[in-house]
Design a protein around this ligand. Structure first.
Ligand code: ATP
Length: 305
């Protein structure tokens, strides 16, 4: 391990199998002229790749299946300078897979088989506890079992490790878990589901106050092309998004989280940290795909000049 503070990301890895079709098939129909694309996804993997490309000392904890994708993904993580030492390999299930149909008029239809992601259960924590407690910050999302992320959060908090949680896809979070979170990052939908409030009726400030009253020291609400709102230790920060030509916003939130972790691993919340994360996310929306669109450190520095 180098001198940099370790950032540990614990979450999902998926293989996205995408068929671009003229129209979505109806039940029983075969659409014969699809174009096939395959890419690496999963919110955990996306955030790990983002933080690694931005120069972090990244350890990624994920669970892969007993198939060729486990080998492919492990190599991919290594090629992105990610420490793969704590990756778990399940012997009796497949690597997480998303089967996606996208039609020419941009409608989609998705089936996700969590596979090995669902096997990252609470009893596995012992095997990667050493990485968690030797980190300056841990980051988790909600594509692995809830009990696992809650237990890791409680453990990290007890050991004085900063905890960042991005509850995506949106899940309600119980009070004990909330109390252990330092930085909660949510988009508008997640903000509503976690707080139980309504953005239009209650407003972002009230929702953030409600969320922070449950424990998180900083609540960060990403607002897509409208930028970011953050309430941290009662102080408000707002950052506009960078004006770019967006062509594909897939993975913008994951790039934002990975970049924010880099900015916060050794520093407190600031406008600069939020701008850095927004810049990395803005670059990502100008390119196609989730992981292929994630920028490297040098690109973000150049973009911010
Ligand atoms: P996704 O699920 O697509 O990964 P998300 O819903 O989690 O994204 P968003 O709030 O859409 O997250 O976007 C995260 C951040 O990315 C925003 O706060 C903003 O900084 C940046 N961003 C997103 N869309 C744009 C855009 N069109 N132009 C510039 N920046 C953008």
């Amino acid at each position: 391990m180098n001198n940099q503070q370790r950032i540990t990301i614990i979450g999902s890895s998926n293989i996205d199998m995408v068929a671009q079709v003229p129209h979505l098939p109806k039940p029983g129909e075969t659409v014969g002229n699809a174009i096939y694309m395959q890419s690496f996804g999963g919110k955990g993997a996306n955030q790990a790749v983002a933080a690694a490309r931005l120069g972090g000392n990244i350890t990624f904890v994920t669970s892969l299946g007993n198939d060729m994708y486990a080998t492919l993904l492990t190599e991919h993580f290594k090629n992105n300078n990610i420490d793969t030492h704590y990756i778990q390999y399940s012997s009796d299930t497949s690597t997480g897979t998303a089967l996606i149909f996208v039609s020419d008029d941009a409608e989609n239809c998705i089936a996700v088989a969590p596979g090995a992601n669902a096997e990252l259960s609470i009893d596995k924590i012992q095997s990667f506890e050493a990485a968690v407690i030797s980190s300056s910050i841990v980051i988790m999302q909600a594509e692995i079992p809830y009990e696992t992320i809650k237990e890791i959060s409680l453990l990290a908090h007890k050991k004085g490790v900063k905890v960042m949680v991005n509850p995506a896809p949106a899940v309600p979070i119980d009070l004990d878990f909330m109390k252990s979170i330092d930085i909660l990052v949510v988009n508008e939908t997640e903000a509503e589901i976690v707080s139980g409030l309504n953005i239009k009726k209650d407003g972002i400030k009230k929702i953030s106050q409600e969320l922070s009253s449950k424990g998180p020291k900083c609540v960060v609400v990403t607002l897509g092309s409208k930028g970011v709102y953050c309430l941290c230790h009662q102080k408000e920060y707002t950052v506009d998004s960078f004006k770019v030509k967006a062509i594909d916003t897939t993975g913008a939130g994951d790039t934002f989280c990975g970049a924010l972790a880099i900015a916060l691993a050794e520093n407190e919340m600031s406008i600069k940290a939020l701008q850095y994360a927004s810049a990395a996310a803005a670059i990502s929306v100008t390119r196609m795909g989730a992981q292929p669109s994630i920028p490297y450190k040098e690109e973000v520095i150049k973009f911010l000049k």
